[in-house]
Design a protein around this ligand. Structure first.
Ligand code: MEV
Length: 328
């Protein structure tokens, strides 16, 4: 039996635009998904998943992956989560040269599903590491990141960048531009996260931006402008200028909103954070619902979020320098 874990992430800047070759800066956070893989001799795959939210519900699923589990979360989300586990196991089988290997897989996650904190990337990264090691093969972090990207790409019908999976595999702050992925220096960032209890459909949201971009030249320019914000943001990170990083996050949120990927509850949480004195706030990830990230080293934003209608949970998260790791 082998257990690996990998962190979730927030996007400081650049989601959506990264799909079109602009740079993005995701940062790993101290919330993890843990995947345990245990070899089965009959070649089958059985998945047991629990705690797929920050709190509130537990997914208990012990059937085969083609049996719908009886849970109070959207079946689409659960099916998507199982699709990621399947894809991770396929990558592990291929990497180890054992296409018939069967597994019992257990997923325990502190990261809400589909909420912009990189739950699927963390599950795929940890799943590939756990399953390959269980088969006696140790992959480099780079290879885990590459294989995790392929798994996401497959599940999301080709609509995925390398950002989430690379960040989850390596930890820390990273910069992704097309195939160029690297770790970057970052000051300690006082992340505060607001979660509305919901989730967005990444595939649909990415398609929506694609359609706008094809239809309107100014939507294409908006995507390019997000790239400019990221480049400016990298300079601000290098100068450890938290004030400017916050201003750029606000700007980035406005443009994501213009591209149609915000929501009423995300906007409400963003404004609650700004009103509470945060340096800046924006949605994180695909949008449509889920999480916002703000920068505030005081208690104010966290407290304000807890009292914001539509915000289910407000909490602080540290930048996590550790990527995928084996758990004892
Ligand atoms: C989703 O977490 C981030 C997007 O940019 C899609 C991707 O990069 O794969 C919306």
């Amino acid at each position: 039996m082998t257990t690996a874990s990998a962190p979730g992430k927030v996007y400081l800047f650049g989601e959506h635009a990264v799909v079109y070759g602009e740079p993005a800066v995701p940062c790993a956070i101290s919330r993890r998904a843990r995947v345990t893989a245990e070899r089965r001799e009959d070649g089958r795959l059985r998945v047991h998943a629990e705690d797929l939210s920050l709190d509130g519900f537990t997914v208990e699923y012990s059937g085969e992956t083609d049996t719908p589990p009886d849970v109070d979360v959207s079946p689409d989300l659960v099916q998507a989560a199982m699709g990621y586990v399947d894809a991770a196991i396929s990558q592990a089988r291929e990497a180890a040269g054992t296409p018939e290997a069967g597994f019992d897989v257990t997923v325990e996650s502190e990261i809400p599903l589909g909420a912009g904190l990189g739950s699927s990337a963390a599950v795929v990264v940890a799943g590939i590491d756990a399953a390959t090691r269980e088969l006696g093969v140790e992959l480099s972090t780079e290879e885990i990141a590459t294989r995790a990207y392929r798994a996401e790409y497959e599940v999301q019908d080709g609509q995925a960048s390398r950002a989430d999976t690379f960040c989850s595999a390596t930890g820390g702050a990273v910069r992704v531009e097309g195939e160029d992925c690297r770790s970057i220096e970052s000051p300690d960032l006082p992340f505060v996260i607001g979660f509305d209890g919901g989730a967005g459909n990444t595939g649909e949201l990415v398609s929506g931006v694609r359609e706008l971009r094809e239809r309107y030249p100014f939507a294409a320019s908006t995507v390019n402008t997000i790239g400019d914000i990221v480049r400016q943001g990298e300079r601000a990170l290098g100068e450890e200028n938290i004030e400017e990083i916050g201003t750029l996050m606000d700007f980035n949120h406005g443009l994501l909103s213009a591209l149609g990927v915000s929501s009423r509850s995300l906007d409400r949480m963003v404004w609650a954070a700004r009103d509470a004195g945060a340096h800046g706030a924006k949605l994180t990830g695909a949008g449509g619902g889920g999480c916002i990230v703000a920068l505030d080293s005081t208690e104010e934003t966290e407290t304000a979020l807890r009292f914001t209608p539509g915000c289910e949970e407000g909490f602080r998260a540290e930048l996590d320098d550790e990527g995928v790791r084996i758990e004892q």
